[in-house]
Design a protein around this ligand. Structure first.
Ligand SMILES: [Zn+2]
Length: 860
């Protein structure tokens, strides 16, 4: 069992700086090992007899330095707790330039970090993943983002193997049994951006954008799946070059589909790595959601080529500078490429996820003090990415898009190839806009949580004035008033109904209580205090005004605003500021809703009511499901399951959203039965099902599937023609409910049949499966040692976050007890968050179940 060690807070001293790495690597894919030699050019600010650098899981055979024209060997001391190595020289190295030479060996590991082993179709590969701090598992190095240096990489491969790295190939020389591939020297890079890939890989023909060749790399046989990624990358790269006004800096662009990969993708400079599902698509069978997600992730990683790679945060506390910006930029770029995809409307789902996490007492500010690598790893979450992106978007709205872009260009030019802190960005934006950016932005990134904005007509006779009050929003109704007292510089955009259509007005509210006046004579018939859902806050409209909004719902609000209104109302229910009936009224008013994003948006809270408020198997749950079927079923009946010829995307997506709502949330027997029938059609012919229905049909049919169907899923995933299809069947193994199928899935989790990248996701499916959750939890606790060794830290956090699906309070106690006995430094916050959600769900159940019963009875 892993021991409870406090994560090391060790940081390298600033007076030893690397300027260049000359790395020669020889991976042995069959033996599962690698040998390496590195020469590191250093600049010493003062004489030193000892040099400390990072190294982990490496055995260093020899270390020396060049000083005064002579080679001096070093005594090597490993400092395991700090993942460091100290080189002690017999006499001090003088200040100035010197070169270290180190020879080392390591193992290709099995858990997706550093240089790791991966397999596909019986072939062996090695891939790198260095962020946050795993370059030290590949070579001894100065493994902190502010130590930027140039890399010259050479890799010895065997016959039939290919090697990729950050730079273009500069030359190859034959050696017995293979060749050495040399890559051109890179511009200065942080170590977390180093990329290495070795094995039998194939590439698409290059697509040129100006002088830059773009290629998609993949394991053999997948060449027909590369067109979409090439197009999305070229479209994104062109827009990014324009936006930043700096040409793409890394010579060539390789997009690499990695068969086993922890994150979605990784922005290694010049060699971006992806999960196969996010890069290799068949346009004939991919759903729109899969295409949108791939385009967004590709644009996100390419935005990093400038924002993150060329200009890099000085330390992990400003990780959000990278991630918030790249997240925001990706939506902007894809929205510009494909406006019909309505990317910002889809962003509302992400904003909602970030608001839910940020409403917990256990949340953290966007800017988080980071002492250790474990703490840095914890911050790859919805706050850093999605809340950060929402705040960037709010600042862009506040400054205007042109001033914002000019500020970003100024910042990029000033700091290219360097490192920055947030204040550098604020300064550039202030220079470009003349507005007090630092004061507004700083509050949003330094304070945890977000405001609840209550809006009501100001006192009688005040014309069109609205009284505004802000406080910190907590999901927990028990948080005392004193802790809620907080304010933000709040960019408030109010939309209202005028005589000739809707109008908006912008305000910056800086006080806890304020009054804003709409430029109309009297109060309009309706108003909505978060136009376009552009602000990162929740709104509590005065009840009479909310009723007026609901009455005018279809004509007054855009889909994204309807989505925000429903989300706000649900948040008010969770925090005991509104009755559950008030949310159900909103959901009922949306029964004829035709926008797929809105339907998907209300499915979330309805699912929470179904799973957490209603007792499983109770008459109340049956009544609730029957209401959903009555209210939303007729829409699906009118639409039918087959797409009409020439049917547009919004209609196809509406059908899929209704199937998810009626089948997934309400488990309507007719919908489950139809899904099961459609599955047979799909298994016989992948082209026979509307592509957007493939995901819901495969997962819903599993819920009612028997052992025979289970066997067909196992066969289908092995023979899958695309990565998306494979993922679909693999994850749906977790949705089967019979005893034999549950046991078989759990037995497979720790075998090579389930790639490491999918282990945690499959367990999350099982935890959420009402027939399998308890067993899955028991399995996790019994196999924890093996799981912990196999699953990378980020995925462990996600797994912990999903435990509240277990529902019953006794599981909350077990989760608390288990992680006290088996602490995971990277998931400490995830444990706190999970326990808080368990508690909030129990409180929600006690408080709202009677109201749900009354509301349903009135409609029976
Ligand atoms: Zn990113």
């Amino acid at each position: 069992m892993p021991t409870a060690r406090r994560p090391s807070r060790f940081r390298l001293p600033p007076d030893v700086r690397p300027t260049r790495y000359d790395l020669h690597l020889e991976p042995d894919l069959d033996g599962g090992t690698f040998r390496g030699e590195v020469r590191i050019a250093l600049r010493l600010a003062r004489p030193r007899a000892e040099i400390v650098l990072h190294a982990a899981d490496l055995s260093i055979e020899r270390a020396s330095a060049q000083a005064g024209g002579r080679e001096v060997t070093a005594r090597v001391r490993l400092v395991r707790t700090d993942e460091a190595v100290a080189l002690r020289f017999a006499r001090p190295l003088p200040a100035g330039e010197t070169t270290l030479a180190l020879r080392f060996v390591g193992r290709l590991n099995q858990h997706l970090r550093g240089l790791y082993a991966a397999g596909a179709d019986g072939r062996r590969y090695a891939f790198s993943q260095c962020e946050a701090a795993d370059a030290r598992r590949i070579l001894p190095c100065f493994d902190e983002p502010s130590f930027k240096a140039r890399f010259r990489v050479a890799i010895r491969v065997r016959d039939g193997e290919t090697a990729l790295s950050n730079g273009p190939v500069e030359g190859e020389e034959a050696v017995p049994g293979g060749r050495v591939v040399r890559f051109a020297e890179t511009p200065p890079l942080s170590t977390y951006l180093l990329a290495l890939a070795v094995g039998q890989l194939e590439a698409s023909a290059p697509r040129l954008l100006g002088p830059v060749p773009i290629r998609v790399w993949h394991v053999p046989g997948k060449g027909r799946l590369t067109d979409f990624a090439l197009e999305a990358a070229a479209e994104a790269l062109r827009r990014l070059q324009d936006y930043f006004d700096i040409p793409y800096p890394y010579g060539k662009l390789d997009l690499v589909a990695v068969p086993d990969f922890e994150a979605g993708a990784m922005e290694n400079a010049g060699a971006v790595f992806f999960r196969e599902t996010l890069l290799l698509l068949d346009p004939a069978t991919a759903s729109l959601a899969e295409r949108k997600r791939a385009a967004e992730v590709i644009a996100h990683e390419l935005a990093h080529m400038w924002y993150g790679d060329l200009v890099t945060m000085a330390w992990w506390d400003d990780l959000w500078l990278n991630e918030a910006f790249a997240t925001w930029m990706a939506y902007r770029v894809v929205d510009d490429w494909r406006p019909e995809w309505r990317m910002w409307q889809g962003f509302e789902h992400d904003r909602a996820g970030a608001l839910a996490m940020d409403a917990l007492a256990s949340t953290h500010p966007i800017y988080a003090v980071v002492h250790s690598v474990a703490e840095a790893t914890e911050n790859f979450d919805a706050i850093t990415y999605e809340k950060g992106a929402a705040v960037v978007r709010m600042i862009e709205h506040y400054l205007g898009p042109d001033a914002f872009r000019d500020g970003v260009r100024r910042y990029m030019r000033r700091h290219r190839e360097g490192n920055t802190v947030a204040a550098d960005l604020w300064r550039a934006l202030e220079e470009a806009s003349g507005k007090p950016v630092a004061r507004v932005a700083q509050a949003w990134i330094a304070q945890p949580g977000f405001p609840l904005v209550s809006v009501a007509p100001a006192r009688a006779g005040a014309g069109a004035a609205l009284a505004v009050h802000q406080e910190r929003f907590y999901a927990d109704p028990g948080v005392p008033a004193a802790r809620r007292r907080a304010k933000w510089p709040l960019p408030l955009v109010v939309k209202w109904g005028g005589t000739d259509g809707a109008a908006t007005e912008r305000f910056l509210v800086e006080r806890v209580r304020d009054t804003v006046a709409l430029p109309t004579g009297a109060l309009p018939p309706w108003y909505f205090a978060n136009a376009a859902a552009g602000g990162f806050y929740r709104v509590a409209h005065d009840p009479a005004d909310r009723a007026a909004l609901l009455a005018a719902l279809g004509s007054a609000l855009t889909p994204v605003e309807r989505l925000a209104l429903a989300g706000d109302q649900w948040a008010l229910v969770r925090s005991a500021r509104a009755s559950i009936e008030s949310f159900l009224d909103v959901a009922d008013a949306l029964g004829e809703e035709t926008d797929y994003d809105v339907l998907d948006g209300i499915a979330g809270p309805l699912d929470v009511i179904d799973e957490q408020v209603a007792e499983p198997g109770s008459a109340m749950q049956a009544g609730f499901r029957a209401w959903i079927a009555r209210r939303f079923g007729p829409q699906l009946e009118r639409l039918g399951w087959a797409a009409a010829a020439g049917e547009d995307d919004p209609t196809r997506l509406r059908r899929a959203a209704l199937v998810r709502l009626l089948g997934g949330v309400a488990e309507a027997p007719a919908v489950l039965a139809e899904a099961r029938r459609r599955l047979d059609v799909y298994l016989a012919d992948r082209g026979a099902l509307e592509p957007n229905l493939a995901d819901p049909v495969v997962s819903l049919a599993a819920r009612v599937g028997d052992e025979a169907l289970y066997e067909r899923y196992r066969a289908a995933l092995t023979a899958a023609a695309t990565p998306q299809e494979r993922r679909r069947f693999l994850l749906s193994l977790g949705s089967f409910r019979t005893r034999v199928t549950r046991e078989r899935t759990l037995a497979a989790v720790l075998t090579p049949e389930i790639p490491t990248q999918d282990v945690a996701i499959l367990l999350m499916r099982l935890l959420a499966n009402p027939a399998a959750g308890g067993e899955a939890w028991k399995f996790m606790t019994r196999k924890w040692g093996a799981l912990r060794r196999r699953i990378p830290p980020l995925m462990i956090s996600r797994l912990v976050e999903s435990t509240p699906a277990l529902r019953e309070p006794r599981y909350a106690r077990e989760v608390a007890r288990f992680f006290r006995a088996h602490p995971v430094p990277e998931a400490r916050r995830a444990v706190r968050q999970a326990l808080e959600v368990f508690r909030l769900n129990a409180e929600l159940r006690r408080r709202t179940a009677p109201g749900l019963g009354r509301w349903l009875a009135a409609r029976a």
